[in-house]
Design a protein around this ligand. Sequence first.
Ligand code: C5P
Length: 281
Amino acid sequence: MVQELAFAKINLTLDILGKRSDGYHSLQTIMQSLDLADVVELEKSDAIELKISGNDSLPTDENNLAFRAVLAVNKACGKNLGVIINLSKKIPAAAGLAGGSSDAAAVIRGLNRLYNLNLTAEKMCEIGAQLGSDIPFCIIGGTCLAEGRGEKLTPLPALKNFSVVLIKPRGEISTAWAYKTYDENSTANHISTFEIIEMLRAGDYGSAFKNFANVLEAVAVKKIPAIETYKNFLLENGAEFALMSGSGPTVFTLTDELTAKKIAANFEGNAQIFITKTRND
Ligand code: C5P
C-alpha cells in the first residue's frame, strides 16, 4: 500500500492572454500549493476500483479524473495495472482549488511508487497534461509560473510561510463555463505577471499583494455574488488582500497565523472556511 497527499492549490495571479486554435486559453498564472490535502491510498489489485469518503456526490468510475489517471498511466506504460484507490476528500470540489486535478496527480505519483514504474517527473507531467491542464502543477507542487494552457511550468522561489484563509461560498463553477463566459464578456485588464514575480523574488509581499489579480473573478461574481461578499469580509477583518482562486468560487488571503485565527473566529456565513498554510514542495 502507498499513501500520497493530494494538495490543494491557489492561483496568486491568473491572466488570460488569448484563445488558442485548440479552444483552450493561453494563460499566465502563478500557482501555489497548500497544506490542505485529500488523502489517496493505493493498493495493488486485479481491477481498477475507486472508493471515496468525505464527499457523496463524486463519481467513482471513468467520470472521475482519479480513475482516468490509472487508465492514462496504463496507456503510457503499455500495461494493464489494477489498483484499489481509497480517496478521502478534504478539498471542496469544483471550488477553484484543483481538488480533482490533485487527486489525479496523486494517483499518477502513487502508481509510479506502487508498481516501481520509474516514471520521471517530466513523464508524469506529460501523462497528467493529457487529463487536465492543472495536473502537471499538482505533480510538481510548490510555487510555479504556469503558461501555455497551464501545463508549462517554471518553478519559482518558495514564498515565505503564510497562513492561508480559504472561504468556499455555496455553489460550484465549472472551469469550462468560466472560460466560455469570459470570452463572451472579455474586457479584462491584463496582469503584470513578471513584475509580480520580481516583487515576490525580492520579498516585497506588500506590493505583490496589491497586484495579485484574477481575470476570471468578474465572470464568476456574476454567477455567485457571495464571492464579493466574502472578499469584503476578509478585507474588513484584517486581510491585506482578497482574491478568487482559479475559476472560483473559493476566495482566499495570505496572512499571519494570528490574523487567520481572528478571521475564522469572526466568520459567520453560509460557506465553508478553512485555515491552512502555503507549502514549499
Ligand atoms: O484542462 P481542463 O480539462 O482542466 O480544462 C477544463 C476546461 O476549461 C476546458 O475544457 C476548457 O474549456 C477550459 N480551459 C481553457 N483554457 C485553459 C484551461 C482550461 O479554456 N488553459
